[in-house]
Write a protein that binds this ligand. Structure first.
Ligand SMILES: [Zn+2]
Length: 71
C-alpha cells in the first residue's frame, strides 16, 4: 500500500461520525467521503456508512470562535 493511500485511509478512520443510516435503520459509523461545500459556520460533507456503504450528506457545524454581538 502506498504512503498517501495509507494516510488517506487514516484520515477517513479519524473522521468517522455516528450518524443515522436510513438503509441500516440505526445509528452507524459514517466515514468522511468528500467535502461538498464549505460555509463560514459549517462544512457540508458527504458521509458513507461503514456498514452498508450508503452515502448521505451531513452538515458539520463549526462552533463560532468569536461571540456574536448581543443586543
Ligand atoms: Zn448503513
Amino acid at each position: 500500500m502506498q504512503d498517501d493511500e495509507l494516510a488517506f485511509l487514516e484520515d477517513q478512520l479519524a473522521g468517522t461520525e455516528l450518524l443515522s443510516c436510513e438503509t441500516c435503520g440505526e445509528d452507524t459509523l459514517h466515514a468522511h467521503a468528500e467535502v461538498l461545500e464549505v460555509y463560514p459556520m459549517a462544512t457540508k460533507l458527504l458521509m458513507q456508512c461503514t456498514c452498508c456503504q450508503t452515502e448521505r450528506t451531513w452538515i458539520d457545524w463549526i462552533p463560532p470562535k468569536t461571540k456574536a454581538r448581543s443586543n
